[in-house]
Design a binder for this molecule. Structure first.
Ligand SMILES: O=C(O)CCC(=O)C(=O)O
Ligand SMILES: [Fe+2]
Length: 293
């Protein structure tokens, strides 16, 4: 049998429906606890590259099954910022309970203060409130591609500092990431972790980041999941951001594993870090020379 016909056969077994225009697909016709054969895994990897977030309804995975599914996508990460919500036996599994006060209601990409932020995250929905608590994702390819050409030219040459008080790592990443799998450019800043563009003044950095944060999560770039217990979601963590809608009362419990990222290329800015010009000006002539440049 040729590779081509095997891939086709695998593809036809799966029932795939897009959940929004730019990203998201729901995948039925598969039992994740059975493990994925190589062809199905390759098919799902290419679907994830294209759609950024995949939903698998009615899976009801145990913790070992969730870890095994995650392990098929790469090595699992131990989340350094989540020491307070992970179990001693399974440090790769984070359990987030809204009833203990955690809700990720700031748009973010997971763990970007790491030098190699995770390639993907996988979520297993365990307990749901009666209504609300949806999760939203936004395509950062769509965000980048809809910016004006002058702003794209500018941010293609900038970096940004990502940090968080709960994380030991602090990193400088390109503002625009060339995705290691697709080679496409995506916007790579987020309101939770991105603090400063070092090549700009503080005021310029604040203003530009505000524009980018707002632009990056506009409704047309998003998809939204109304969860059912037993759902699994996996997302491309480099090319998307996500957000939990904090509109519920009652318990909401998810389990999450995160897949290590290996290959975010460090990209140096072609500009030096910002230094206030006036501190280096010795005369009016110098100021005029800079003004004419
Ligand atoms: O609770 C959710 O739906 C997602 C929470 C989150 O941000 C994450 O698991 O990375
Ligand atoms: Fe998250």
């Amino acid at each position: 049998m040729t590779k081509h016909s095997a891939a086709k056969r695998t593809g036809s077994r799966l029932d795939i429906r897009h959940t929004a225009g730019f990203l998201g697909a729901e995948v039925r016709g598969i039992q994740l606890r059975d493990g994925l054969d190589n062809e199905t895994l390759a098919h799902l990897k290419s679907l994830l590259s294209e759609r950024l977030v995949l939903f698998f309804p009615e899976q009801h995975l145990s913790i070992p099954e969730l870890k095994a599914f995650g392990g098929q996508w790469g090595t699992l990460e131990v989340d350094d910022s989540a020491a307070h919500v992970r179990s001693a036996e399974d440090p790769e599994v984070v359990e987030l309970k809204a009833s203990v006060g955690y809700v990720a209601d700031v748009w973010h990409t997971d763990l970007t203060p790491m030098a190699n932020p995770p390639f993907g995250s996988i979520l297993s929905m365990k307990v749901l409130p009666e209504a609300g608590g949806d999760t939203m994702w936004s395509s950062q390819y769509a965000a980048y591609e809809t910016l004006s050409a002058p702003i794209r030219d500018l941010i293609d040459n900038l970096t940004a500092i990502h940090e968080h008080p709960r994380m030991s790592e602090r990193s400088e990443h390109p503002v625009v990431l060339v995705h290691p799998d697709t080679g496409r450019r995506c916007l790579f800043v987020n309101a939770q972790y991105t603090k400063r563009i070092p090549q700009l003044s503080q005021a310029e950095s604040d203003a530009l980041l505000r524009v980018l944060f707002e632009h990056s999560v506009q409704p047309p770039f998003t998809t939204r999941r109304r969860w059912s217990v037993g759902d699994i979601a996996i997302w491309d963590n480099l090319a998307s951001q996500h957000y939990v809608v904090s509109d519920f009362t009652g318990e909401r419990v998810i389990q999450r594993v995160t897949v290590k990222g290996e290959r975010v290329a460090p990209l140096a800015s072609r500009y030096a870090d910002y230094k206030p010009q006036w501190s280096t000006l010795s005369s009016r002539k110098d100021a005029e020379a800079i003004g004419k440049k």
